[in-house]
Design a protein around this ligand. Sequence first.
Ligand code: ATP
Length: 355
Amino acid sequence: MQPILQIRDARRTYATPEGGTVNALDGVNLDVGANEFVTLLGPSGCGKTTLLRAIAGFEELDGGAIHLEGADMRGIPAFRRPVNTVFQSYALFSHMSVARNVAYSLEVAGVGKSERMQRAGEMLDLVGLSGMGARKPSQLSGGQRQRVALARSLIARPRILLLDEPLSALDRQLRQQMQVELKNLQDEVGVSFVFVTHDQEEALTMSDRIVVMKAGQIEQIGSPREIYRRPATRFVADFIGETNMVAVALTGDGKATTDGGLVLAVPSDSGTGRATAILRPSDLSLTAADCAPNGAIPGTIRQEIYLGSELHFLIDVGGSIWRVTARDDGRDYHTGMRVALTYDPANVHLMPEAV
Ligand SMILES: Nc1ncnc2c1ncn2[C@@H]1O[C@H](COP(=O)(O)OP(=O)(O)OP(=O)(O)O)[C@@H](O)[C@H]1O
């Protein structure tokens, strides 16, 4: 099936006031399918917003091409593209009613009032604001205003909705609620979403696929599970959640040896040579040193961090610090205690050492 959005070798260089240049987009390739929720994730300055603005038509590329529904977008102004954008600051018209805000693009397009109001009502139902059309934006909460902005963007039935950190102004609880709602809404309306965030948890929660960017390039594209479980590079492993990374030599018999002489069990088909082994803190379990099974990793608790139902531990393993997340099982673990770490070898992910 033809992708709705095709990006080929997109390049954009900015001249900086300091006299240098920045490659904001440095050869980006990406396809987005119909009804897909794709998230652009990466640290500040990696090029997420530049890519979104190039898709929307607010920014020209220096090289490469963007196709929407098969059509080359070069020279096509923003308002003629089958996309709409939701920004962090929702920029509603404060003097207009909520319904009129939502219907504004239809008003500009000359659609008659009764149809406008009917469609605005449908959109407000969709985003959970039934009956609030007569209010002014100032009479709504932050989360409700963001929903009005969504309704306003969806009313013109774009094929793709671009969302630039739309939840970042909301407090944590509302934000988590809106993450679930936004994903449900996207399923319901069947529009492709390209969502920008630097919040990895948000990306994992909502996306069908995550695009991890670094310095104008794509590091990895994959499902949330692939990105979390099988990071392609150290950068991705580090950026998505907490990680234990250790350099090892694979000995080919389902074993690997760290530079400190520790022997780890790894998946049996792992081959030989140098590699980086990755173990997530939640894949490690903690036991007291005196009841450790064979092959457990010995260590000493350096710090214990209490987080309600979970405990986080920093464990000294032969001079390097490993992170472990454990459920609070009521046992008395304390700083300085000798412990052992156990794990399922199938959960050890191996990466080539160089990346
Ligand atoms: N108009 C501009 N002039 C010069 N440099 C720019 C301009 N716009 C962006 N840049 C630079 O291009 C790079 C990418 O910026 P961009 O806004 O796309 O990053 P981002 O990933 O969206 O970051 P953030 O998460 O902070 O919004 C940055 O190094 C930025 O400083």
